[in-house]
Design a protein around this ligand. Sequence first.
Ligand code: NDP
Length: 331
Amino acid sequence: AMPPLPKVMKGVLIEKTGGVEALQYKTDLPVPAPEEGEILVRNEFIGVNYIDTYFRTGLYPAPKPEILGREAEGTVISIGSGNKYNIKEGSRVVWLGTGAYAEYSAVSVEKAYVLPEELPAGIGAAALLQGLTALTLIRESHPVQPGDFILVHAAAGGVGLWLCQLLKALGAHTIGTSSTQAKMDEATANGAEFMVNYKTETDFVGKIKEITKGEGVRAVFDSTGKDQLENDLEVLARKGSLVSFGNSSGAVPPFVISRLAPKCLKLLRPQLFGYISTREEYEKYCGELFDFILKDKMNVKIHETYPLADIQRAHTDIESRKTTGKLLLKP
Ligand code: NDP
């Protein structure tokens, strides 16, 4: 039997946008009541994603006050109307939604997924959002072919390490970028074939041209946003794809599309939720992701598991480029 549900819980609230000081750790937040189509989950591991910082600063708008956090793993405490997708009370699930930086979250049953039993604790929350992002980038944004040269920026980051491993599994040649030697080594250990330090390399374009024997790359997966855009346009091969999917250095300013003409380039600006909006798409990609982890033994690199109370330190670390792989929170 489950212990009785408390009325209040620990969680992280932001009342207005700002720096890390806007993150308020509380011990008296109301435990949410699930509405129609929702389940109540007791979170055991919570994923930190760069996107959380955009909701904190206001780069991405959302109503405030808000409990931040977009993913967690935990135990289903109650289900609204019946057993759907084999989700039962006591099931161990991973989920995408809002309000994850808390002990309990009310989440849509549509975005909950029952974890494979053999998956170690914490791996669901460590893998889901960033792994699905990488998977949909290589399947949907630029369907990668064996032999493709692909440029992956921030290759030692959360999404970056996934891209390195998945691209290797597909037989592509990854050229990764990162800002330190330790990060370059981490990305190499996870499958990147070539690494360039984009902070110190003085002839970035020349370096990529040299690696690709003058051809350029088939696609760039760019999560940095404004800083690398000009380089991306230079290093892409004719008919290549510029996939801009993040803003870690700031948002890309308005762009004149005729700049794509000389090389017949494609420009995409995808977001994960647009690729997994139906249950069918979500289940397909979750299934594929956990197969990669369990059958292909992908490395799920966890940078650090922070106590939820240390949320300000976690945000400071991810924004100051000190991390590789995944940051987790433990309530
Ligand atoms: P990361 O672990 O990749 O952390 C961000 C990394 O970005 C840093 O470690 C750093 O690596 C690099 N970076 C480059 N320039 C800067 C800068 N000026 N300030 C800070 N960091 C910088 O985070 P995530 O894996 O969580 O996310 C990666 C990116 O992907 C984010 O931009 C995020 O918004 C985006 N994303 C987009 C999604 C979508 O649906 N469109 C879904 C998921 C993520 P280094 O030091 O090596 O440069």
